[in-house]
Design a binder for this molecule. Structure first.
Ligand code: SF4
Length: 365
């Protein structure tokens, strides 16, 4: 392993100052970064530990009715915050569909956004990879491609972004709060991850030294609470990344769809918001015909990036239609099907509670 400096920051400004030099990386749980370092795939000159920074571990109800999730809120704490899970059931469902219980207990909200692709060639130092080394080539093109993209890929990279959490966040218009040397800025989650284009080495729009401090959900996001689902299809039922996933949400009014939201995971190098499908559903009666049309629209422009990815297009259409069917059936009543979900035990039944001010306190309620 390459030698590196280690520094522990006591505040956001201290962290940003410490990461100002070349080759710095932020360390939170390290569930992806430390693996990359052990494999020689990430070689930061300096690790800036942000885990002791106060104020980044809270789930806060905002005055406007939105919710702010600190970058250091653990995945399991967020999924099991009963107020959060009731307001955003598809987010809780996505969190519980990710990784393993041990990883969810460690992994953070900010780190989840920053996790890198799981393209097997990216993790193999013997394979050419433009994402690892600009201009090196792409061993996946013409290689084994079952897990690769069907939307938004380029001649330089055909990988997909692996996050579950980011999919419902994209559907709910989440906003990423970023701190840097020039102050704070906000970026919509749908614009946070970059499609590969001719520069796949850059995963996100973060500039060097910038730090995610929070992710916020706007007040409208809770309006989908009654009909919101996350559906993940994978090659085994736990501890696997999505072949295809979808977060589907419906706001119903007088038997019709007032507004629909749909985002897909596992199909592109960013969570794929399908706004054309959403527009198609607005004002319609919910049902199989409408959902199938929306599924067609959601995959508009899709194409295989390799010989073995073609199946994902039809799979994604079916996942979209089924996710809408599940959303129509309603949440949270459907969510108890998930072992370990905030709704699994009868203790929570019929006792809605506000979003807590402290994730750790409510996680063990
Ligand atoms: Fe690297 Fe992207 Fe090609 Fe995978 S698909 S080998 S991540 S350039």
């Amino acid at each position: 392993m390459k030698r590196f400096d280690y520094t522990r920051a006591g505040s956001v400004s201290e962290a940003v100052a410490a990461a100002a030099g070349p080759g710095a990386a932020y360390l939170a749980a390290g569930t992806n970064l430390l693996d990359l370092m052990k494999g020689g795939l990430a070689t930061p000159a300096r690790l800036v530990d942000i885990t002791r920074i106060p104020g980044l571990s809270a789930i806060e109800a905002l005055p406007d009715g939105g919710t702010r999730v600190g970058a250091l809120v653990r995945n399991s704490d967020l999924a099991h915050d009963i107020g959060f899970a009731r307001a955003y059931p598809a987010v809780a469902e996505a969190l519980l569909a990710g990784a393993s219980a041990q990883l969810r207990n460690a992994a953070t909200t900010g780190g989840n956004l920053m996790q890198r692709t799981r393209c097997p060639y990216f993790y193999d130092p013997a394979s050419a990879c433009n994402k690892r080394e600009a201009g090196a080539g792409c061993a996946a093109i013409g290689g084994a491609t079952r897990l690769h993209a069907v939307l938004g890929f380029s001649d330089a990279c055909i990988a997909v972004q692996p996050s579950d959490l980011c999919v419902p966040l994209a559907a709910l218009d989440a906003v990423v709060e970023i701190a840097g040397a020039g102050g704070h800025r906000a970026v919509p989650l749908t614009e946070f991850h970059r499609l590969p284009g001719d520069a796949p080495e850059r995963d996100t729009v973060l500039e060097p030294g910038e730090l995610i401090v929070a992710v916020s959900l706007p007040p409208e996001a809770a309006g989908f609470a009654a009909h919101a689902r996350y559906l993940k299809v994978r090659e085994r039922t736990s501890y696997a990344f999505a072949l295809v996933s979808a977060a589907a949400m419906l706001a119903l009014d007088g038997g019709r769809i007032r507004e629909a939201r749909i985002a897909l995971g596992g199909v592109a190098l960013k969570p794929w918001r399908a706004r054309g499908a959403e527009a198609l559903l607005a004002g319609r009666e919910p049902g199989e015909a409408a959902f199938r049309e929306a599924a067609e629209a959601a995959l508009e422009g899709a194409a295989p990036s390799g010989e073995a990815t073609g199946f994902k297009i039809e799979l994604a259409r079916r996942v979209v239609a089924r996710a809408f069917r599940l959303a129509l059936a309603g949440s949270p009543e459907r969510v108890p099907a998930l072992p370990g979900s905030a709704f699994a035990g009868s203790a929570f039944a019929g006792s809605p509670s506000p979003i807590s001010r402290n994730a750790g306190a409510s996680a063990h309620a």
